[in-house]
Design a protein around this ligand. Sequence first.
Ligand SMILES: Cc1ncc(COP(=O)(O)O)c(C=O)c1O
Length: 388
Amino acid sequence: MIYNFDEVTNRRNTNSLKWNVAENELPMWVADMDFETAPEIMKAIAERAGHGCYGYTEVSDEWYEAYINWWYRRHNFAMKKEWLMFCTGVVPAISSIVRKITTPAEKVLIMTPVYNIFFNSIINNGREVLECPLKFGKNMEYSIDFDDLEKKLSDPQTTLMILCNPHNPIGKIWDKDTLQRIGEMCCRHNVIVLSDEIHCDLTDPGMSYIPFASVSDICRDNSITCIAPTKTFNIAGLQTSAISVPNKALRHKVWRGINTDEVAEPNVFAVEAAVAAFNNGEKWLDELRKYILNNKRYVNQYADKEIPEIHVIASEATYLLWIYCGESINSVEMCRYIRNKTGLYVSAGKQFSGNGDSFLRMNIACPGSVIEDGMRRLNEGIRLYMNR
Ligand SMILES: Cc1ncc(COP(=O)(O)O)c(C=O)c1O
């Protein structure tokens, strides 16, 4: 191992959203990692910081090349320079796109349980959330209810679908046939697809995701894709992302939207960090993916052996584990209880909607010693909760 992911970095007193917790508490909730980013990125940021002039910043040619090369090399997809636009984050992009592509009271479809902030981007802009709940089979696997999807897409008030690819919180990588089917259905019903691919590089070793726009001409021409190095390299606080829109007319709209909303310009570190990540971060990322897989295996084994009351849903992507705790629980109450009793802070599944209220979401992107501590606390918390 070239990089040391075992090292515990103290994140307290750094204004970290995740670590703004009491001394005895262990946060394993929001999706950022407890690892330092790749040294290659730290070096690029330090060099830029050392320059001392922090004026307005432009998006360089290297930025476009870094994205294009990465997606070609790692995801077998050739994006064109003119498709790409800088944005200050995926959530700012989604909110801006919702405002520009849909009109108030129109419906935006999401497949639930899903990343809770999608709800905010829709509701806060006066649009309506249209949920297409994922089916949860007896084998504890999720799948799409295509009949329900078609019915909801055919509602003339539905104009946008936000796809999470791979899907947070269930950790699923959508396969090509599924993406193609979604793409054809959306096109048939004049619904534009916004594919949020922020988790695409955090797949299990040997697994890769399929960019929605790469699947077919239909998918390419009727979609907007949000991508970023921020989840992958733990640099979300730098606020850097890209939007890719192959369709020229659609791209023009999105471009006007993000410029009107003033989310199209980078801070001083945003371009350098993305370029360093995609050009020099590959080795670090591949080590990280192995490390996360080890953590996942540890959690699975521990849960199987010590906590029979729960079931960790099998996943292929993200560092977020989706943990089934039974139909009768109230996830909000349970998380509060576990936090009070053990200090372990995990996310209540209810906020992701769908059947989420039977689940907890646990972030396992942290050193192995922290995972062990987390699992001990989870074990104690679940036991106390079930026997209360
Ligand atoms: C699916 C998804 N999209 C977007 C984000 C956040 O993106 P950003 O920090 O670029 O706004 C997250 C963070 O957890 C996420 O899970």
